[in-house]
Design a protein around this ligand. Structure first.
Ligand code: G
Ligand code: G
Ligand code: MN
Ligand code: NA
Length: 254
């Protein structure tokens, strides 16, 4: 309850910040970022989303918070589109189940796009497998409405849920994100390595982009690349960072 009060105040007082973690293509260029929210309470350390997103979800605060996240990301896209160096960058935004399943989700996204003037084709929405368990038909309908505007969809943390392959092929997805736990353990456990290869092959067979998350070292990146993965995100490249750090972030490719 104390956390709920803090979150309400935080929304009112604009205590949230978006961090951005770059994503890279195999050829080395930055293609976009994932937006990752942080909470900066006055005079206190940053709070990570794992500690407050669950509370925001159970209290319904995820709805206004989710709108703030989308609006902020869209404003950033507009600002990037004004400079040739950044005009191509995409932003991926994590979407909670409670947000996606809300009646007004499609209308909310469309009004934020209209209000900000953001290019829809550079906005990507990240869904998780667990979000897709309920109301699948409705969810697909919403995805199709948003895709008609140019928005792209990725399946986050792929491989950690229990969704079936028949569900996977029924979804209008653009990208599969290989969960970072598999990448972390791929050189420690042959089973994780097998899962990583299988996800990359599956994505390629289904003509989806595949991005590996949590890439921390060159051994992982080189193996992923050998398996056919073309996009990477992780500490090897860059940590999530606030926008001013992003602006001065040198495009140094490992
Ligand atoms: O950035 P970090 O590793 O601390 O994120 C922890 C978790 O919080 C991740 O599962 C991530 O998907 C989730 N998360 C981060 N930012 C957002 C956000 O803007 N919205 C939602 N719904 N989840 C987020
Ligand atoms: O659930 P989701 O995939 O959205 O979570 C993304 C989270 O993973 C981010 O909060 C980010 O801080 C974290 N992350 C990103 N890259 C790495 C990495 O290379 N190693 C580890 N351990 N965590 C990472
Ligand atoms: Mn994510
Ligand atoms: Na993920």
């Amino acid at each position: 309850a104390e956390l709920e009060f803090g979150l309400r105040r935080a929304l009112k007082n604009q205590e949230f910040i978006l961090y951005y973690q770059p994503q890279y293509h195999a050829e080395g260029e930055m293609t976009g970022v994932e937006a990752l929210i942080r909470w900066q309470p006055p005079e206190q350390p940053l709070v990570s989303p794992g500690d407050f997103i669950p509370v925001a979800e159970t209290t319904g605060l995820i709805l206004p918070l989710g709108q703030w996240i989308l609006r902020t990301a869209c404003q950033q896209l507009v600002s990037w589109s004004e400079h040739p160096d950044t005009a191509h960058l995409t932003i991926a935004v994590n979407i909670s189940a409670a947000q996606m399943h809300h009646n007004s989700f499609v209308d909310d996204v469309l009004s934020i796009l209209q209000e900000t003037g953001a290019p829809a084709n550079r906005l990507e929405l990240e869904l998780t497998e667990s979000l897709l368990i309920d109301n699948i038909e409705q969810t697909i309908e919403k995805m199709l409405l948003l895709k008609a505007e140019g928005i792209r969809f990725s399946l986050d943390d792929f491989g950690t849920g229990f969704s079936s392959l028949s569900l996977l092929i029924s979804l209008p997805l653009d990208t599969l994100k290989v969960d970072q736990a598999f990448v972390r353990d791929m050189h420690r456990d042959a089973r994780d390595l097998a899962v990583v290869r299988t996800i990359i092959d599956l994505g390629r067979s289904l003509a989806l982009n595949v991005i590996a998350e949590g890439v921390e070292n060159l051994d992982q990146r080189d193996a992923l690349q050998r398996f056919g993965c073309r996009s990477f995100q992780g500490f090897l490249y860059a940590r999530p960072m606030p926008i001013d750090a992003f602006a001065s972030h040198k495009n140094t490719i490992p």
